[in-house]
Ligand binder design. Structure first.
Ligand code: NAD
Length: 519
C-alpha cells in the first residue's frame, strides 16, 4: 500500500546531532556511534545528567520555578479549554539546559515543546521533564551492502530508544532517503507518549534507514534490511526493543527482519519472531494489523465527534496522504457512512463533491502508486485541496505539513491527526484561533501500536486471535484513551493535545514514582 513518499520540504537536523551523524558516517561500516545501556536508570541519552547534577530520587517532586515556565503555564490556563502555549514553549528553559537545537522549526524541539506544555501545567517534576526530553539511547550504524551492479554502498541506519519505564522500547522503522536523527528522536519520543496514553505496556523507540526503498531492487532491499538487522541485533529483542513498520517499510521487510534475527541464534532466544510486529499473517502477524492505525483514527472520531456536534454517518472528510493510514481511515470512515470529498498525496490532489470511493481509490493507488489520474474525481491544485470544505480533515502523510500557511487555508471543523506530528505549533495556533479542534496524533493514530501489542501477545502466547477479538480489544483501548484525554482536558482546562500529553505523563510519573531512579 505504501507509495513513494517525497517530502515537500526537507526537515532540518539538529546541529550537534547532525555533526555526530556526519562523523559516524565517516566511520567504518557497521560501527556504532553510541554504546547504549540496557537499564532504565533515568540517565540521559549520552549517559550524563544535565548540568552534571544528579536528579533526586524517584518520585521526589522538584518543582520548576523558572519565570518563563510560570508565564507559559498561565498562558495555557488563561486561554481556557482551547488555548495552547506551544509557540511560547518553543523557548522553554529546558531547551537551553539540554542544549537543544536552536532552530524553532526543528521537529524534535517542536514535539518536545508540546509535551513540556503539559508537563508545566501539571507540575511534573523537573527531573522527569529532563529525562523525557531526551532519548535514553541514540544508536547509529553504518553498514555496507553489495548492490546489483557488484559495487558496495554504505548505508546509514538509526535506532533511537527513548524510554522504557513502562515496558520494552516499541516503535517503527522508517525507510526514507531523508531520514535524520532528529526525525527519529521525535518519533521515538511520540511512541513513549502514545504507548503510555493508550495503556499498552511498552516504552517508545523508533528507527530507520536512510534509503529510498522505491529505488532499490527487491534483492537489494532484502540485503539492506537483513544487514541493518544484523547491525542492530544486539540492541533489539522480543523483551527489550520491538520495531515495526512505518513510512516506506512493509510487512515483507518485517518478515526479513524476524527471519534474520531468528538466525542469529545467540540473540534469538524464545519466540524470536516477537522481536518485530507488523509481520505478514503467514509468519506470526496479527489479523487486523494492516488497517489498525486507520481503524484507531475512526474509533477516535466515533468517540470525539459527538462532543463537537458532528454525526460521523453524515460527515464529509478529506485525506492528506493515501498510504496505509490515510487509505484505511478513508475506507473505514466511508463504510460508516461518511463521504470523502478530496484526497492528496505526493502525486497530486483530487476532488469530487459527490464523493470519492475510498475503496476504488485504494486499489488505484496500489496499481499506480498514487491518487493522481483517478477516474472517479477531478484533478485539483494543492491549495484547492486544503480549501475544500469538509467536516474532518485527516493529515496522514508526513510530519510538519500543516504549517501556518495550510492552517489558514483549511476549511474544516476538526483535524484528526493520522500522521505523527503533522501540525507545527504555529499551525496549531492558527487552527485554534479559527476554532478548529485538533485530535492529537498520540491519541488518534495509537491504533497501530495497540494492535502491534496484540501481535506481540499472540506471539508470546502462541495464539492467533480472530479479527473480531482484535477489533473489539482495539476499540476498548481507544475508547479508554479518548476518555482519559477528555478527563484531562477538564482537569487541566487545556486543549486536547496538552490533555493527551498530561494523561500520558500521569502514567509515566506514576511508574517512576514506584520504580525510583537507579541507583
Ligand atoms: P505510507 O508510506 O503508507 O503513506 C505515506 C503517504 O504520504 C503516501 O500516500 C505518500 O504519497 C504521502 N506523501 C508523502 N509525501 C507527501 C507530500 N509531500 N505531499 C503529500 N503527500 C505525501 O505511510 P503510513 O504508514 O501511512 O504513515 C503515514 C504517517 O502515519 C506517518 O507519519 C507515520 O509515522 C504515521 N503512522 C503510521 C502508522 C502505521 O501503522 N503505518 C502508525 C502510526 C503512525
Amino acid at each position: 500500500m505504501a507509495s513513494a513518499p517525497a517530502k515537500s520540504a526537507p526537515l532540518k537536523s539538529a546541529g550537534l546531532a547532525a555533526k555526530n551523524a556526519k562523523s559516524a558516517l565517516l566511520a567504518k561500516g557497521g560501527s556504532k556511534s553510541v554504546e547504549p545501556s540496557k537499564f532504565s536508570d533515568g540517565k540521559l541519552g549520552d549517559g550524563k545528567f544535565s548540568n552534571g547534577t544528579r536528579p533526586s530520587g524517584g518520585g521526589t517532586p522538584v518543582m520548576s520555578s523558572k519565570p518563563a515556565v510560570k508565564a507559559a503555564k498561565s498562558a495555557v490556563r488563561s486561554g481556557g479549554p482551547q488555548s495552547t502555549s506551544n509557540a511560547d514553549l518553543l523557548k522553554h528553559p529546558i531547551f537551553d539546559e539540554l542544549g537543544f537545537p536552536t532552530d524553532p522549526n526543528n521537529l524534535y524541539r517542536q514535539t518536545v515543546a508540546s509535551m513540556l506544555a503539559a508537563a508545566d501545567l501539571m507540575n511534573l517534576p523537573h527531573h522527569l521533564q529532563i529525562i523525557l526530553a531526551q532519548p535514553k539511547n541514540e544508536i547509529m550504524v553504518n553498514f555496507p551492502v553489495k548492490m546489483d551492479d557488484g559495487e558496495y554502498k554504505l548505508f546509514k541506519g538509526y535506532r533511537v530508544q527513548h524510554n522504557n519505564a513502562l515496558g520494552p522500547f516499541k516503535g517503527g522503522l522508517r525507510f526514507h532517503h531523508d531520514v535524520h536523527l532528529d526525525d527519529v528522536k521525535s518519533l521515538a519520543f511520540l511512541m513513549t507518549m502514545k504507548c503510555s496514553l493508550v495503556g499498552v505496556p511498552f516504552g517508545g523507540g523508533k528507527g530507520g534507514i536512510k534509503v529510498d526503498p522505491y529505488k532499490q531492487s527487491r534483492g537489494e532491499m532484502e540485503r539492506i534490511v537483513r544487514r541493518f538487522t544484523a547491525a542492530i541485533a544486539h540492541q533489539i529483542g522480543p523483551d527489550y526493543d520491538i520495531p515495526a513498520p512505518d513510512v516506506g517499510s512493509n510487512s515483507q521487510h518485517m518478515a526479513w527482519i524476524a527471519d534474520t534475527y531468528s538466525f542469529l541464534s545467540e540473540v534469538g532466544g524464545k519466540q524470536p519472531e516477537a522481536v518485530i510486529t507488523g509481520k505478514p499473517v503467514e509468519y506470526g502477524g496479527s489479523l487486523g494489523r494492516e488497517k489498525a492505525t486507520g481503524q484507531g483514527v475512526v474509533d477516535t472520531l466515533v468517540e470525539m465527534l459527538p462532543e463537537i456536534g458532528i454525526d460521523i454517518r453524515e460527515c464529509t472528510f478529506s485525506v492528506l496522504g493515501f498510504g496505509n493510514v490515510g487509505s484505511w481511515t478513508g475506507r473505514i470512515l466511508q463504510d460508516k457512512g461518511a463521504k470523502m470529498l478530496a484526497a492528496m498525496d505526493h502525486t497530486g490532489a483530487i476532488h469530487n463533491e459527490s464523493g470519492i470511493d475510498a475503496h476504488s481509490l485504494a486499489l488505484h493507488v496500489q496499481k499506480t502508486g498514487g491518487v493522481s489520474a483517478f477516474k472517479g474525481a477531478e484533478q485539483i491544485e494543492r491549495t484547492e485541496f486544503y480549501e475544500t470544505k469538509v467536516d474532518v480533515f485527516v493529515p496522514a502523510a508526513l510530519e510538519q505539513m500543516i504549517t501556518e500557511v495550510e492552517a489558514k487555508m483549511l476549511n474544516c471543523k476538526v483535524v484528526a491527526e493520522g500522521a505523527n506530528a503533522p501540525t507545527t505549533p504555529p499551525g496549531e495556533r492558527v487552527l485554534e484561533s479559527r476554532g478548529i479542534e485538533v485530535l492529537p496524533a498520540i491519541l488518534c493514530n495509537a491504533g497501530g501500536v495497540t494492535v502491534s501489542y496484540f501481535e506481540w501477545v499472540q506471539n508470546k502466547t502462541c495464539h492467533q486471535w480472530d479479527l473480531d477479538r482484535v477489533d473489539s480489544e482495539l476499540n476498548k483501548h481507544m475508547v479508554k484513551a479518548a476518555k482519559r484525554v477528555r478527563d484531562a482536558r477538564k482537569k487541566y482546562r487545556c486543549n486536547l493535545r496538552t490533555a493527551a500529553y498530561a494523561a500520558a505523563l500521569e502514567r509515566l510519573q506514576a511508574a517512576y514514582a514506584v520504580r525510583g531512579l537507579f541507583p
